[in-house]
Design a protein around this ligand. Structure first.
Ligand SMILES: NC(=O)c1ccc[n+]([C@@H]2O[C@H](COP(=O)([O-])OP(=O)(O)OC[C@H]3O[C@@H](n4cnc5c(N)ncnc54)[C@H](O)[C@@H]3O)[C@@H](O)[C@H]2O)c1
Length: 370
């Protein structure tokens, strides 16, 4: 595996997360060559230079096009707001780079389809930032389901709630603009669908309702601006495997900080996971004496790979940024031509098609077949 030269576009919340992952991946796993942090692009030259110093990148530019066209760069991490993803990803793929683009792929299905076409034409690896599927806890859940631990799954419920938009006086920013997509569906719904896709496979139909808790938000320069996106979505889903499901999303949910509450109900038991307690899986087995039945909490540790690559001791816990390190290693394996647990543009387009159907369902007030 050759050492890869990395270009990073954007250094906000996710940009830092990608930078930490590129910095850590070789040290954590020991089986991939250390990437070279070659170049970083930000919205201005000054900001790019400051962030390059902080995050350990060799060169900085205020023009992302220079980065994607730089002959030295092998992989481009795209961590800018949603509306930039298509233009940046397509330009990077056309310049012959591998791409690691944050979710959602795009804010319009037609743009996501163009991104997929560019990836297929390039022959390069194009992956999406779906870190939650990388949690060793999720991998354990998948193994438990495969082993039939809770029997036939009849119902799946996924709730994703955060409160970063709960305050009606929070300033208007890009996530309230229609150019960022539909709202909770693109922000959170795609994550929920990344989990259903790796745990259960395809969705067959959806019925969605979307809501705006606040009609406008204050603008920094004064006055208020109408909110163009829907911070709440409630979706009935049917999976191709026959199970029914409910996906409930709210980014204005006071008190919920990073909740992804997954409940999987089967004929022999139930599995529960909550991202706010991301090192635990709860399993209820409907066997043995009824009087001693109850949920059992499994604490994720070195026996749940790749936790062991981070920490040899049990009980110490992985964190959100570690999921990105795992994703980064999977991406590097895929680039090296090895099998990898990753949501590529080919897989991600199915998520985009479902989100598009959910939004249409909400606007038209009916079920949409996939
Ligand atoms: N995978 C996850 O769990 C997860 C979590 C949060 C956000 N995201 C995704 O990451 C993306 C970014 O979200 P964020 O919360 O990091 O946003 P952010 O606002 O914190 O950061 C965006 C960055 O992009 C930079 N930027 C804007 N325009 C640019 C340009 N033309 N050239 C270069 N840089 C530019 C901004 O200056 C900023 O540093 C979004 O698509 C979001 O959906 C994913």
């Amino acid at each position: 595996m050759k050492s890869l030269a990395i270009g990073l576009i954007g250094t906000g919340y996710m940009g830092k997360c990608h930078a930490l992952a590129w910095n850590a991946v070789a040290s954590v796993f020991g089986d991939v060559p250390r990437p070279r942090l070659a170049m970083l692009a930000e919205a201005s030259q000054d900001l790019a230079e400051r962030k390059a110093r902080e995050l350990g990148f060799e060169r900085a530019t205020g023009d992302w096009r220079k980065l994607v066209n730089d002959p030295e760069i092998d992989v481009v991490s795209i961590t800018t707001p949603n509306a930039f993803h298509p233009e940046m990803a397509i330009a990077a793929l056309e310049a012959g780079k591998h791409v690691w683009c944050e979710k959602p792929m795009a804010t319009k299905l037609a743009d996501a389809e163009r991104m997929l076409a560019a990836a297929q034409a390039s022959g390069k690896v194009a992956a999406l930032g779906y870190n939650y599927i990388q949690n060793p806890a999720m991998r354990l859940i998948r193994r438990l389901l495969d082993k039939g631990q809770i029997g036939d799954v009849s119902h799946v419920r996924i709730e994703m709630d955060e409160d970063f938009m709960a305050d009606p006086e929070e300033l208007f920013y890009w996530k309230s603009e229609a150019s960022s997509g539909h709202g909770a569906l693109d922000d959170f719904g795609v994550h929920a669908l990344s989990l259903t896709s790796v745990l259960f496979g395809d969705v067959s139909r959806v019925c969605c309702h979307m809501a705006k808790p606040y009609k406008d938000r204050p603008v920094k320069s004064g006055g208020r601006r109408p909110v163009e996106t829907y911070d709440i979505a409630s979706v009935l889903i049917e999976l191709k495997n026959g199970a029914s499901g409910l996906v409930a999303l709210n980014r204005s949910a006071w008190g919920r900080k990073g909740r992804i509450f997954v409940q999987i109900f089967g004929s022999k038991g139930t599995i529960v996971f909550d991202q706010e307690r991301m090192n635990e899986v709860q399993v209820y087995a409907a066997d043995g004496a009824r009087e001693t039945q109850g949920f059992r909490t499994i604490l994720i540790g070195p026996q749940h790979p790749p936790y062991d690559k981070f920490i040899p001791a049990p009980g110490h816990g992985l964190g959100f940024n570690d999921l990105k390190v795992i994703e980064c290693r999977e991406l590097m394996r895929r680039i090296a031509g090895e099998a990898a647990h990753l949501i590529t543009f080919e897989d991600g387009i199915r998520i985009e098609r479902i989100v598009d159907a959910m939004a249409k369902s909400a606007h038209e007030g009916r079920w949409m077949e996939m």
